[in-house]
Structure formats: structure tokens, C-alpha cells
Design a protein around this ligand. Structure first.
Ligand SMILES: [Zn+2]
Ligand SMILES: [Zn+2]
Length: 317
């Protein structure tokens, strides 16, 4: 099957080709290259990280720990805007925090239990709310890169948070497209998408009372999945207690499937936007396949696994 598919919201197209998906793919297990005693994220080495912003403790020991990133992508830069033709630039102002999401050096997030994931969700909320209040911050994103191929440089499991004064183009374009739909139909497009996808069933990976995990119709990547709250809320901190527990359950299912198969992935909570917020969801983008020349030249991604097959894969034993 070869198909050009349009994104739900954006004027963005993706080629879906099940034929290319038949190529052999090997998942390689990434080994811990560093012993715990030399790892800066391990217990005992707390003095080797920048000073701590926040910690979550159980039985007197930290199980989640947050501190500024030593190598931030954004910072307190104050140089003036450059409006010169061809050379426009502005400072990348913001904050970049590391959230070490487990005490154990050799344990990845998908191996942790539901209670731990629930605690981590509360820490994400705490950190997002903390940075959102800072002046000049307009956008906060929490993300996790699992395995080297997904961009992580440190083996010890961790998430990151970037708070910036700049709303990234993709998020901004999404917000604009959503508002256009809202004006036209007087309702939230994601609520309509969830309803229709539930009816069609073929792209549903998992669902529970509060959440639906969908492999989007025009998925950019094989096994790409988006986890939507069934209730139309805008931000993660609007979740009530039972919804947070349901999120922990569905997250565990998604990342366990990827983790057990050694699939590198990026997990993104992308809607910490201040202006024009939209329906809360978490984006999980596996990174099994590298972009080739066609993708680089055209910007059109070729997805080798159909979203329908992706959903079936998630549900398979
Ligand atoms: Zn470690
Ligand atoms: Zn909605």
C-alpha cells in the first residue's frame, strides 16, 4: 500500500508505505556503558550535578530528582534581536531542567511500576507550573529521549524540561489550525477526532476510562502514538486523581511495548503553551528509522509502518 495522507490539523502530508515496512529491522539492545559509581545521575553523586531544584522522596530517599541542565539549549541570553536581511536572530531565552526519573542506574522508565509513573506525572505538573510562572516564559515542554538513537546522551533514565520565551513554529501552527476549526465548527477538533477514531477502531492502540492512545491517521513515524485525554482539558495539571492514575496505566502500556522491544522513542508533552492552548495529549514518536535523502529533500516523511499495523502491534502480545 502506498498512500499520501494529510495530517488531521496541519497542511502536512506523509507517505504511508507498507512495502517499505517489510525491510528487515534489527532492534539493538543498548548497554549501560558506565558503571553507577561514575554516573552523575546516580545516588551518591548528587554533588556532581548543578544544585537541585526539586526532589520527590520515598522512605527518606529521592526517587525523582530535578536540577538545571549543565548543557542547556536555552538560557538567560540578553543580546539584542538581529533584524538584518538573511541573518535574523533572537536570543533563545529560557530554562532547561533535567528530571532524573529513577534512582536505579540500570532501570528504564518502562520497567517502573504504575505508582512511580503516577508520582512522575505529579513531578511533571509541579515543574511545568513552576516554570510557567516565570516572566517572559510562553511555552513549556517536557520530553524524554529513550536510547541513543532518540537523542539521549546519558544512559541513566531521565526526562527534560525546556521553558522558553519562544513558541516553536510547529506548536504555533497547530494552535492556529485548531482555532480555525473551532471558529468554523464551534467545537474542539481533537474531541471530534477521538470520537471518530473510537468508532473506526483500527488505529486505537489502547484505551481506558480517561485516555485513548491513537496511532494517528497520518503518523509521521512507524509506531507513532498520541495519548489523548477523553475529557477536553487543555493542560496536564487539570487532570483529576483518577485521570492521573489512568494516564500512568496507559503510559505504562505504550512505553513497555517500545521498551521491551528496544525501540528508541521521544515522549513529548507539548501543550504547555500559554496562548491558545489545545486538547491535552502526549506524543510518543518512536525513532526506529532514519530519514533518507527523499525526506531531507522534500520534508515529506515516508512512514514504513501503516498506523493500522502500528495499532495492531501495540495490542499484540
Ligand atoms: Zn546512573
Ligand atoms: Zn477537545
Amino acid at each position: 500500500m502506498y498512500q499520501l495522507r494529510k495530517d488531521y490539523i496541519l497542511d502536512k502530508w506523509v507517505i504511508v508505505s507498507s512495502v517499505r515496512g517489510k525491510r528487515p529491522v534489527q532492534f539493538q539492545k543498548e548497554e549501560s556503558s558506565l558503571k553507577a559509581k561514575d554516573c552523575v545521575f546516580c545516588p551518591g553523586n548528587e554533588d556532581k550535578t548543578p544544585s537541585e531544584n526539586f526532589r520527590f522522596e520515598e522512605k527518606g530517599k529521592w526517587t525523582i530528582r530535578c536540577f538545571p541542565n549543565k548543557f542547556p539549549a536555552v538560557g538567560g541570553s540578553t543580546f539584542p534581536k538581529n533584524k538584518e536581511k538573511f541573518f535574523q536572530a533572537e536570543p533563545a531565552f529560557g530554562y532547561h531542567e533535567v528530571i532524573v526519573d529513577t534512582r536505579e542506574h540500570d532501570m528504564q522508565l518502562h520497567e517502573k511500576n504504575i505508582t512511580h509513573l503516577y508520582n512522575l506525572i505529579n513531578v511533571w505538573i509541579n515543574r511545568i507550573l513552576y516554570y510557567r510562572k516565570k516572566s517572559r516564559i510562553t511555552y513549556v515542554q517536557v520530553f524524554k529521549n529513550h536510547l541513543k538513537e532518540a537523542g539521549t546522551s546519558i544512559f541513566h533514565s531521565h526526562c527534560q524540561l525546556v521553558a522558553s520565551s519562544h513558541i516553536e513554529k510547529l506548536v504555533y501552527e497547530k494552535a492556529i489550525a485548531i482555532n480555525k476549526y473551532k471558529r468554523k465548527y464551534k467545537k474542539c477538533p481533537y474531541c471530534d477526532i477521538i470520537k471518530l477514531e473510537k468508532k473506526k477502531k483500527s488505529r486505537i492502540a489502547f484505551e481506558n476510562k480517561s485516555f485513548t492512545a491513537i496511532c494517528p491517521f497520518a503518523s509521521f513515524y512507524g509506531h507513532h502514538v498520541e495519548i489523548y485525554s477523553n475529557r477536553c482539558i487543555k493542560y496536564i495539571w487539570e487532570l483529576n486523581e483518577s485521570e492521573k492514575k489512568d494516564l500512568a496505566h496507559i503510559l505504562k502500556k505504550v512505553i513497555s511495548k517500545l521498551g521491551k522491544n528496544n525501540v528508541p522513542y521521544n515522549l513529548v508533552i507539548a501543550n504547555g503553551i500559554k496562548l491558545k492552548p489545545f486538547h491535552f495529549h502526549i506524543n510518543v514518536a518512536p525513532r526506529e528509522f532514519k530519514e533518507g535523502g527523499f525526506e531531507i529533500g522534500t520534508g515529506v516523511l515516508i512512514n514504513s509502518v501503516t498506523p493500522e499495523n502500528s495499532a495492531a502491534w501495540y495490542k499484540s502480545k
